[in-house]
Ligand binder design. Structure first.
Ligand SMILES: *Cc1c(COP(=O)(O)O)cnc(C)c1O
Length: 489
């Protein structure tokens, strides 16, 4: 065969015309990126974007080329100074990890290789399965379980709920649909359950009402007696109890349901036991706190979130299912254009048989590189560190007369408020909201708020490997300072 011509004037490509130029610019980008992360503590957590920056993002579809160096200049000016802020040591809003440089390199290299994780016989597919295996090992899931990396915890939970539905429906739901289910299915979780379960129930055609919210107790854990009673009541009323969803760390307060008791009850009642472990499943690797999630290893399915306590750059979630064949049966379809071959690229396992996506990004590399660099023991210690910081912050708040805790601190989430001497509900909420906004706008700290058992509060979730105790001390003193300032204005 004749050698192919090395260059062609006829065809276009997206590759650079001068690789040497791109190399120089890329080195600069990497240098800037290292400095960006190294100096993050010196910058505000978050800052409002000026009008011209906001306007910049309304420019219409580019028709003609722009030099890459100019584009990068815009990124430097308009994008990098205005982050969400979750890589900052004083970001504690909602619940998310703080990323890491090695993970960012992994994302870059994954994109350079560009592999699609639908399946096939290539290294990214093997690594994807390996990271799923590591997730099984970290959570104590049996070696024969199956799993898949997905966009995040919401998708991982939906996968668990879908397998639960199909396994417990008593009919072939895939073929006949939910309308053919004889007795309507019921799922159970506490009143602290994450909103993604509602979306899941809706998307699965079961409906929001089929998810019964069971009261939580004073420590925000599901009331097992109330759950038992609800299951009996539903059976008597002609429903089919199908699945218990346990919280390994609720998003409001970090409460961990009694997973052993839930596993036992699910077993007795012949229900699927799914654990939402987006926050807490990985506590299983933390030596000082692993006992809190005992029972996790008995789950039929677990949702966990490597972009939370493994600090993978967004996104990376993982669904694990004990019964691999039930998992596969829920999603596997082999169309004529995706048949496997005895050898070659299509001889590997088709990984899209375990979820809804066909194409899927190479999420494993960023998780794999960081786990290898640090080892799982260090990630476990960092989880212990965040939980100890949560309790330290709670102790600072208890020692500060102007502040009060509003819910028990179980792990790394602290709910509290500025007291403002006997202010009523709405006024207390307005004052505390103002404190939260000024902490953000002054670039001091990012925290969020919530309402727990009817009481509004400020909420700090320390899922951050850069946070130090001094950051929490600053939060307390600034909260008191701002609270006093606003209250006396
Ligand atoms: C974060 C979280 C989710 C949703 O996970 P995403 O990764 O944001 O999709 C679900 N449940 C709990 C308890 C969470 O903390």
């Amino acid at each position: 065969m004749d050698a192919m011509p090395v260059t062609s004037a006829a065809e276009e490509t997206l590759d650079p015309s001068d690789w040497a130029d791109v190399q120089i610019l890329s080195h600069r980008i990497v240098d800037d990126a290292v400095a960006y992360l190294r100096d993050v503590r010196q910058r505000p957590v978050w800052q409002e974007m000026p009008g011209d920056v906001k306007d910049f993002f309304t420019a219409s579809l580019p028709q003609s080329p722009t030099p890459l160096a100019d584009i990068y200049g815009d990124v430097v000016d308009k994008v990098m100074p205005y982050p969400m802020g979750n890589i900052h040591p004083r970001f504690w809003s909602w619940y998310m990890g703080s990323s890491n440089f090695t993970g960012a390199l992994g994302d870059f290299l994954a994109a350079i290789q560009g592999s699609n994780l639908g399946g096939g016989n290539h290294a990214a597919a093997l690594m994807d399965s390996q990271v799923v295996d590591w997730c099984k090992q970290m959570t104590g899931m049996s070696a024969s379980a199956s799993g898949t990396l997905v966009s995040g915890g919401s998708m991982a939970n939906i996968i668990g709920l879908a397998v639960a539905r199909n396994t417990k429906a008593g009919i072939d739901v895939r073929e006949h649909g939910v309308a053919a289910i004889e007795k309507p299915l019921r799922f159970y979780g506490s009143d602290q359950i994450h909103s993604c379960h509602r979306k899941g129930m809706e998307a699965l055609g079961l409906g929001n009402k089929a998810l019964r919210r069971i009261a939580s107790d004073a420590s925000l854990r599901i009331d097992i007696q109330a759950l038992r009673a609800a299951i009996a009541e539903d059976r008597a009323a002609g429903f089919k109890p199908a699945c218990i969803i346990g919280n390994a760390g609720t998003v409001n307060t970090g409460a961990i349901d009694d997973l052993r008791a839930l596993a036992k009850l699910a077993h007795e009642e012949d229900l699927w036991f799914h654990v939402d472990g987006c926050i807490g499943a990985l506590i299983a690797i933390a030596p000082q706190n692993a006992h809190r999630v005992a029972g996790l290893e008995w789950a039929d399915s677990i949702a966990l979130d490597p972009h939370k306590w493994l600090h993978a750059p967004f996104e990376a979630g993982c669904a694990l299912v004990r019964d691999a064949s039930a998992h596969r049966k829920t999603f596997a379809v082999t169309p004529e254009y995706l048949e496997s071959t005895p050898r070659g690229l299509a001889s590997g396992q088709w990984l899209h048989d375990y979820g809804l996506q066909t194409s899927r990004g190479f999420k494993a590399l960023k998780v794999w590189m960081a786990l290898r660099e640090h080892g799982v023991e260090k990630f476990g210690r960092l989880i212990d560190q965040n939980i100890a910081q949560g309790h330290y912050l709670a102790s600072l708040i208890e020692a500060e007369p102007a502040l009060e805790l509003t819910a028990p601190t179980s792990i790394n989430i602290v709910c509290f408020r500025y007291r403002a001497g006997g202010l009523d509900g709405e006024r207390a909420k307005a004052l505390n909201t103002e404190i939260m906004l000024r902490l953000q706008e002054d670039g001091i700290a990012a925290i969020s708020d919530t309402t727990v058992q009817g009481r509004h509060c400020l909420r700090v979730a320390i899922n951050n490997h850069r946070t130090r105790r001094e950051d929490l001390e600053l939060l307390v003193s600034e909260t008191v300072r701002l609270g006093n300032e606003i209250a006396s204005a």
